[in-house]
Design a protein around this ligand. Sequence first.
Ligand SMILES: [Zn+2]
Length: 303
Amino acid sequence: MKTPAWRELAFLALRLTLLPFVLREIFQRKKVTIIVYHAPSPRVFDAHLNILKRIYTIVPLSGYIEARQKGAFSKLPPKALIITLDDGHRSNYQLKAVIERHNIPVTIFLCSGLVGTRRRFWFQHEATSPIVQQLKTLPDAERVAILHEAGFEETKEFDESQALSGVELEDLKPRVDFQSHTVFHPILPRCLSEKAEAEIAKSRIDLQTRLGTEVYAFAYPNGEYTERELLLVEKAGYRCALSLDRGFNTKTTPLYKLRRICIPDQAKPSELIVKASGLWDIIKPLLASKTKAWQAPRVKRYA
Ligand SMILES: [Zn+2]
C-alpha cells in the first residue's frame, strides 16, 4: 500500500519540530517503549531497525519482565525499546535474515490454532472484510455465526497458509521469542467466560508443547481486555500481558496491562520516529476532532 504524500509530509513536519527528540530525551529516557508491528516487509523492517537502533536501545521483552520481577528496573538501559509483532503472519518468516543481521531481540505473538496449519485469520476472510470492524464489536457467537454464513470456519484448511508453519517456527526459534495471542484470535471481552478462559489457557499450553519453551507473555487480540481477562491471564500462568493502551512502561505499570505503540507496517521513517516517541498519541486525539482525514482507515487488515 502506498503512503499518501500528504501523510508523509505531515509526519516529516512533526519530526522537524524536534518534539520527538525532546520526548525521547525527557519522557522516554527512563521508561520502556514497546512497539508492535503485524506483517512488515523485510525492506521496511530493515530500514526501521536501522533508525531504531540509532535512537533507542533495543531490549528483549523477557529482560524487561525479569528486571521488573527482580526489582532491577533501574538497571535497564536508557530509552529501552522492545519490538513485538502480533499474529504470527506467514510473511514474518521473511524477516529472519534482517533479524539475524541486526542481531536484535524480537517477540512474535502467535495464535496457537493457526500456526503450523493452513487455517485462516478470521479478520482476513475476504467475504467479510468490509465489516471486520463491526464484527469486532459483536458478541462472539454472533461474529462466529456471520463468518459461518460467509463460508468461514476456524478449523477449515485452505490451499495456502496465512500463519507461520511448524518448520518456519523451528527455524526462527533460536532468534525469536514466541509468545501467545490466543488460539483463534477472538475479541476476548465479547466471548463468554468459558471461551475466553480456554483461548487464553489453551494457547499457552499448546505453544509450550509445540515449542518446548516457557510461554510467559500474552497479547490481547485487538488490544482489548476487561478485568476478567486480567484475572484469566494471570490464572493461566502468564507473567505479563500486552495491550494496545497508549504510553510507555515504567517499574510500576501493571504487568497485565503493558502499553504498546502500534507502528503501521508501511510507515516511512518520519512516521516511525514520530509514533515511537509517543508524540502521535498525544496529538492524534486533538487532530481527530478537527479532521477525519487524520484518522486511521476504517478497515484494518490486521488486529
Ligand atoms: Zn492480533
